[in-house]
Design a protein around this ligand. Structure first.
Ligand SMILES: Cc1cc2nc3c(=O)[nH]c(=O)nc-3n(C[C@H](O)[C@H](O)[C@H](O)COP(=O)(O)OP(=O)(O)OC[C@H]3O[C@@H](n4cnc5c(N)ncnc54)[C@H](O)[C@@H]3O)c2cc1C
Length: 290
């Protein structure tokens, strides 16, 4: 029979993880339960769903927004602080599953699974988020890019828990965009995802450009070649075309059950082009070329 531990505090949960690194950590269960019937039952479960210390949403002393790993999508959708700091995260949460999944599925679970089609991951990449991990040796913070190590693999140690996600203090001043392309508008697994964010300098040039892509590689990734093309440039039509070309160097998608590589390449390039054109159209500065 499966042993079941339901900690009542984060300290208890960390201790349980230390004592039972071979137990399954269960949050909302919306990933874990898929296919569970075909797998042997875990020898034990550490059930952290709804643990209050994992559901916090608060600004730290330096003004960064800290989102508990146990926050559900419904929780993210209903919080004005999240809407202010990370509108792209709210938009991604709104498109995840349906209401039932949004009520159970958590931010920490999306990270824990680290699927290439995990919708929040490109957003966290584009916002330079950091992940708080806690284990017997204490707390460590990892940039999300270092946390996601490969196809459904992460830097999480067997005796650690994901505790929270921290957004930089400047995230609310970033222009953010989220695009999910699937077979239909709702209840759809992504074929391509884009989250991009940027600042604009007083002269209208882009600064600190961050682009997160999903579903186009084994793991979510930053489009660094494209970021380099856009950094310091004035958005206009020719820049949009150059960026759309550059992103093809950032990605090497595959054919799979959801989509074809050539469709993913063309769609990613189109999303980038449209985003840069949108930036050009919403520029408050007269654009004289880049
Ligand atoms: C019908 C359906 C539709 C879906 N649609 C989407 C979608 O559109 N987009 C999308 O991205 N996902 C989708 N999902 C997948 C899933 O809902 C999300 O990935 C969700 O965020 C998982 O969260 P959870 O709390 O349910 O995780 P769980 O299933 O409880 O856990 C997932 C993994 O993370 C680990 N884990 C969870 N929390 C922690 C923690 N705090 N510390 C350490 N490890 C932890 C668990 O051990 C497990 O390995 C869908 C799933 C279903 C069933």
């Amino acid at each position: 029979m499966t042993d079941w531990i339901r900690p009542t505090s984060l300290a208890e949960a960390v201790d349980a993880r230390r004592d039972h690194p071979d137990y399954l950590v269960l949050a909302g269960g919306t990933d874990v339960m898929v296919g569970a019937i075909d797998r042997p039952a875990p020898i034990g479960v550490i059930d952290i769903f709804g643990l209050p210390e994992l559901c916090v949403c608060e600004h730290d002393d330096e003004g960064r927004l800290r989102l508990g790993a146990g926050m559900s999508y419904a929780h993210l959708l209903g919080d004005a602080r999240v809407a202010a700091a990370a509108p792209a995260l709210v938009e991604s949460a709104r498109e995840i599953g349906a209401l039932q999944i949004q009520a159970r599925g958590t931010l920490g679970g999306n990270l824990g699974t680290c699927s290439p089609v995990g919708d929040t991951l490109p957003v966290l990449l584009a916002l330079d988020a950091e992940i708080e991990l806690r284990g017997p040796d204490g707390t460590r913070w990892l940039p999300v890019d270092d946390f996601c190590t490969g196809y459904r693999t992460t830097a999480l140690a067997a005796d650690e828990l994901i505790v929270s996600v921290r957004l930089p203090v400047d995230s609310s001043s970033r222009e953010q965009v989220w695009r999910k392309v699937g077979t239909r508008r709702a209840q759809s697994i992504s074929k391509v995802m884009l989250c991009a964010s940027t600042h604009r300098r007083d002269d209208g040039r882009l600064a600190d450009v961050r682009i997160g892509l999903g579903a186009i590689a084994a793991r979510p990734l930053r489009a660094r070649a494209t970021e380099a093309v856009l950094e310091g440039a004035l958005p206009d039509g020719p820049l949009a075309a150059r960026a759309a070309q550059a992103v093809l160097n950032d990605i090497a998608p595959i054919d799979d059950v959801r989509s074809r590589a050539d469709y993913r390449r063309a769609t990613t390039a189109r999303l980038i082009r449209r985003w840069v054109l949108h930036l050009a159209q919403t520029s408050t500065t007269t654009n004289t070329g880049s």
